[in-house]
Ligand binder design. Structure first.
Ligand code: HEC
Ligand code: HEC
Length: 192
């Protein structure tokens, strides 16, 4: 997971670093005199550091929310599907997609030019740069990216076509937390 695109993860890592340096400081300061270090203080510090170290990898692949949300994106790009995480396509794909909204995967999703420009600029800032956005996928579809096909190779062709799913682009059908940017594999549930 690209750390730059995941503010929660950075926060957790910072917190984790702070917690361990606090723990180190506590131990160092306490060495002389030892009696000033209560067992409880040390235990609390160590527990906090341990919990954060454990929590960090869990967040790492789970949260794909944009760094700074944009009202216009949440309002205009969720009429027909969920707000796809900007981090899942590279900047070039978003630019092309935004340049032809009148011919958007068989739909007309054209917007006022000012709003289009605002969303386009924001998508350029929030676009993916990590392992999930190394190249521009066919049709500028997240669902045609190499990582997407790899991560979903256990989903059989007939499953995608179920009435409860309809399309691989219907992320929220299987990812219960998709609206919150949570695509963690632990919260996947494939509907019948
Ligand atoms: C009028 C309805 C509509 C609106 C509004 C709309 N879209 Fe879409 N979008 C679609 C349809 C239909 C698809 C194709 C879904 C499918 O293949 O199942 C799609 C697909 C996509 C995909 C590709 C999904 C994949 O297969 O990986 C992206 C990315 C996307 N839209 C982004 C946007 C953005 C950004 C906006 C706002 C500027 C937007 N959409 C607004 C109808 C819409
Ligand atoms: C048919 C159900 C289904 C749909 C629809 C679906 N996924 Fe998934 N997704 C899965 C399954 C199953 C996995 C693999 C879970 C595992 O490896 O245990 C997965 C894994 C992932 C992962 C990797 C999670 C991790 O922890 O490594 C990401 C990211 C992801 N999906 C994003 C998406 C996005 C974005 C969409 C929509 C564009 C989508 N998925 C649509 C079922 C689905």
């Amino acid at each position: 997971m690209n750390t730059a695109m995941n503010p929660l993860m950075n926060t957790a890592m910072d917190a984790s670093l702070n917690a361990s340096s606090t723990a180190t400081r506590t131990v160092r300061a306490a060495r002389t005199p030892w009696q000033r270090l209560t067992g409880a203080t040390l235990l609390t510090a160590l527990t906090a550091a341990g919990w954060l170290a454990f929590a960090t990898p869990a967040l790492a692949d789970g949260n794909l929310l944009p760094r700074t949300p944009l009202k216009a994106y949440d309002a205009e790009c969720t009429a027909c599907h969920i707000a796809f995480p900007p981090a899942l396509l590279p900047a070039g794909s978003w630019a092309r997609l935004m340049g032809r909204l009148d011919n958007h995967y068989g739909s007309d999703a054209a917007l006022d030019p000012k709003v289009t420009a605002e969303i386009t600029a924001w998508l350029q800032r929030e676009a993916g740069t990590g392992k999930r956005a190394r190249s521009e996928p066919p049709e500028d579809r997240i669902t045609r990216s190499a990582w997407f096909e790899r991560k979903h190779d256990e989903v059989r062709a007939d499953i995608w076509k179920r009435a409860s799913i309809k399309s691989p682009a219907n992320c929220a059908a299987c990812h219960q937390g998709a609206e919150r940017g949570d695509y963690d594999e632990d919260s996947v549930r494939i509907p019948r």
